[in-house]
Design a protein around this ligand. Sequence first.
Ligand code: SF4
Length: 378
Amino acid sequence: MEYDVYIHIPFCRKKCSYCDFPSAAGHEADMESYTDALCKELALKSETLSMFGKASTIYIGGGTPTVLPIPLLARIIQTVQAVVPTSENLEFTVEANPGTVTLETMTMLSTLGVNRVSIGASVFDDAILKRIGRIHTSQDIRDAVRWARAALIVNVSVDLMYGLPGQTMDILKWSVGSSMDLAVTHISVYGLTVEDGTPFAREKATGTLELPSDEAEEEMYDYLSETLPKFGFRRYEISNYARHDFLCRHNLGYWQDRPYFGFGAASHSYHNGKRTANTKDINKYINAVGNGESPAHTEETVTREKHIEEFCFLALRTAEGIDRDKFANVFGCEVENLYQKSIDDLKSKNFLEETTTHFYLTPLGMKFGNQAFAAFLL
Ligand code: SF4
């Protein structure tokens, strides 16, 4: 069976003001022992992976993988290549923060078999980059993409954000135009959400966080969803756009109910009807693996009901939508048997359409995705 592999690097040079991802700054002293633990965890699970089948994608994310010194990141990649059986057409992605890469980084990645980089750009405006706590400039983004290309990595994705403090439509348009100039193959777009416990949440509480109005943010969302396809980027998922066939196959795996194995602190795995999560605590992770214990701290059996719900709303995130035959094969019944009322309701709102093979969200349904997903809760 094919599966996907995710490897988490929980380090950043500095926390961005909006970020609640499992990552921390100031852990330089732990990077080597974390790398040791990660390589050990990979080696320990090598047999399980071989018995399961082959990985069709590998994704090293974070955090900031490229904050690791080049020899440590290279060691992780070499270990993955040595212990994970992979399919011929492997997609191997590494996330890169533009403030932490050089031509040497990209050359190392390419030489070791990485064929896709995902660059956290956010916005091509230096004042806003500074305001949101990013460590790089817009020139750093341009350099990162050019170095990737110089190292012969063709498949380059950038993340863009909207709804940021100080961001106007003109600034958003400039960011899109700059991405086009760089001829990236893939764009992910995210609206800012103010997450609890972040510096932005504290600013919001004290009234010092000035964000674009709801109307302005909606205008930005509409601009992105209407304009990117005009530039040749197919919207294949609510937040993701790709040129040609440069869809992110790793993320498609999550949306298409494929099994995955996670490695590193805070990573998740999902296979054989079970979902496990490794401890988020970097030192507990290092110690557990070092002592030969499992770093997993939760294990959940995914019930049939939960599996059906997740299958539906993850599939509905994609342009393709719910594959009716696949649903019937996995669950032994038709989608309509469980959801006829929800389907009728969503169709009446112009949120959902159906063909003989699929149910999929309309652009309006994608815009109000949470309402559509809620209709698929059992
Ligand atoms: S670089 Fe990414 S993971 Fe790190 S703090 Fe910023 S947004 Fe979070």
